[in-house]
Write a protein that binds this ligand. Structure first.
Ligand SMILES: [Zn+2]
Length: 113
């Protein structure tokens, strides 16, 4: 259950951004979640509702976008989306790779009033 701390830092960031532009209310928050992050949308929504009370972000709509996992081959540098159970490079069949995206949650943009 790491959604609580993730949601808290997401909210902090949103409030900071909203303050910068002098917003009175946050209408929508567009979030990107990596498929491998294990983050559950509903948990984030639940914590958000609870944590954002008494802030200008309360009642804001959360919009989630999923990004697929991307890996980079350590041998040839090929960037690809690994298939389930098949984690080898499509160009050189090497199985040594690093995950370059798909694990994160970040705020893509916010809409304020
Ligand atoms: Zn390769």
């Amino acid at each position: 259950m790491h959604e609580l701390s993730i949601t808290q830092s997401m909210l902090d960031l949103v409030l900071e951004e909203a303050k910068k532009v002098g917003a009175e209310r946050v209408g929508r928050i567009n979030l990107v979640i990596g498929e491998m992050s294990g983050i559950v949308d509903q948990c984030v929504e639940f914590y958000f509702e609870f944590l954002s009370k008494d802030t200008i972000a309360h009642g804001a709509a959360l919009s989630f976008k999923k990004t697929p996992t991307q890996a980079r081959c350590r041998n040839c540098g090929e960037l690809f989306i690994p298939k389930e159970f098949d984690w080898s490079c499509p160009s050189c069949q090497n199985s040594s790779m690093e995950i370059v995206s798909g694990k994160e949650l970040y705020v893509e943009s916010i809409e304020v009033e």
